[in-house]
Design a protein around this ligand. Structure first.
Ligand SMILES: NC(=O)c1ccc[n+]([C@@H]2O[C@H](COP(=O)([O-])OP(=O)(O)OC[C@H]3O[C@@H](n4cnc5c(N)ncnc54)[C@H](O)[C@@H]3O)[C@@H](O)[C@H]2O)c1
Ligand SMILES: [Zn+2]
Length: 360
């Protein structure tokens, strides 16, 4: 098990990653009560192990339905009122036990319930263990607007047990692995090459291999958010692949792609874009594309309307004053954030990748 430290505006907190991590929950002290927020299926599968490892007796979790629909203001209100009915006070602890949806919702509720109570992230998906549970961004969606309402509110700690990943579907695992690839591109040749040898035929049951991968990927996120908690600059690099990715999710009504899969395409697209604007050597581009493809197959994009996808790009919420902050790979281990990319190159990159006319 590894202990990573995150620096935040309100102090430091631990990210515990590895086998046995849930047992560190025994060390939580000084709370009047502990509440677990989770989903029914997850609790059924893993609730008794979590309670046993953490040393909790008679846990009656607060349950929300699985799926992005639970990240709503209405659901936050329901969770808060259930907390209140059950007697949660300012010294209560909320444990968010689930993927990014439960983590974002739980963090949001914790940050606002009685003006803020402590919470712990216990992430159960690859995406949540390497990304969403770390860094203290919380949010809910408002109508179709993802993450429109949210807070920066660091957790008291993050506790990631790789064993829980064994029940993920192969596709859900792969979706998280695209985010891991993103972290490897940001990190540099050492992690990148290591991942290249580890990704092939990786299955959810291989928790030992996953433990090593998740630990290294989590470290990348820890390093970035420790240096830039509030996304003033550096943290933007985490958006690699997300500009095109969000447009792909939106144009397909969030039905065709899992988030990581859209980011997978997004990374291929910005890699091509970086080549086209002369920022990236094509041989390096080929290596990046190769690693993305190694994470697994991606749902098709050939039958999407380029015009619609490109039309959705400027609405990226990271756009400031109508500009898009493109995150472009310059080489493995270095990206450049720039608004300075001609529309023609943006369209050409989409066309090349969509036609399969590049590095496939
Ligand atoms: N806060 C941040 O910094 C941040 C960063 C990235 C993404 N996010 C958010 O994270 C969310 C996506 O997270 P996600 O991909 O974890 O989705 P998710 O929480 O919906 O989980 C994906 C699916 O896996 C199931 N599941 C979770 N753990 C499981 C397990 N161990 N075994 C079997 N099934 C399991 C869930 O029920 C769900 O159906 C989005 O809402 C996104 O906006 C937040
Ligand atoms: Zn993402």
């Amino acid at each position: 098990m590894k202990r990573l430290r995150v620096k935040s505006s309100t102090g430091e907190y631990d990210v515990m990653v590895g086998r046995g991590a849930w047992r560190t929950l025994r060390r939580l002290e000084g709370y009047t009560s502990i509440f677990v927020l989770t989903e029914p299926g997850l609790w059924e599968c893993w609730g008794s192990k979590l309670a046993r490892d953490a040393g909790w007796r008679l846990v009656r979790p607060l349950l929300v339905p699985a799926g992005e629909g639970s990240k709503s203001l209405a659901m936050a209100g329901r969770v808060a009122s259930e907390l209140s009915e059950r007697g949660a006070d300012r010294r209560s602890l909320l444990v968010a036990f689930g993927g990014g949806v439960v983590g974002d919702l739980g963090g949001f509720v914790a940050s606002t319930y009685m003006r803020g109570i402590d919470y712990v992230q216990v992430p159960t998906t690859v995406l949540a263990q390497v990304d969403s549970a770390i860094g203290g961004k919380t949010a809910v969606n408002v109508r179709a607007m993802k993450n429109l309402v949210g807070t920066f509110y660091p957790p008291s700690r993050v506790v990631s047990e790789p064993a829980v990943l064994a029940s993920l579907s192969a596709r859900a695992l792969q979706s998280g692995l695209y985010e891991v690839v993103k972290h490897a591109i940001l990190s540099g040749p050492a992690f990148f090459q290591y991942l290249g040898t580890e990704l092939a035929a990786l299955r959810p049951s291989q928790t030992g291999r996953l433990e090593a991968i998740v630990t290294r990927a989590a470290q990348v996120k820890v390093d970035v958010v420790s240096r830039d908690e509030h996304e003033s600059g550096l943290r933007r690099v985490l958006n690699l692949g997300h500009t095109y990715g969000h447009a792909l999710e939106e144009v397909t009504g969030y039905r065709r792609f899992l988030h990581g899969e859209a980011v997978g395409w997004g990374m291929l697209l910005v890699t091509r874009l970086a080549e086209l604007v002369g920022l990236l050597d094509p041989a390096e581009g080929e290596r990046i594309a190769g690693l993305v493809w190694q994470a697994g197959p991606l749902p098709p994009i050939h039958n999407l309307s380029a015009e619609k996808v490109l039309g959705l790009l400027p609405r990226d919420k990271k756009a400031v004053g109508g500009m898009i902050h493109w995150v472009l790979p310059e080489r493995i281990g270095k990206v450049r954030v720039t608004p300075d990319v001609p529309d023609t190159a943006v369209a050409a990159a989409f066309s090349d990748v969509q036609r399969g006319a590049w590095h496939e």
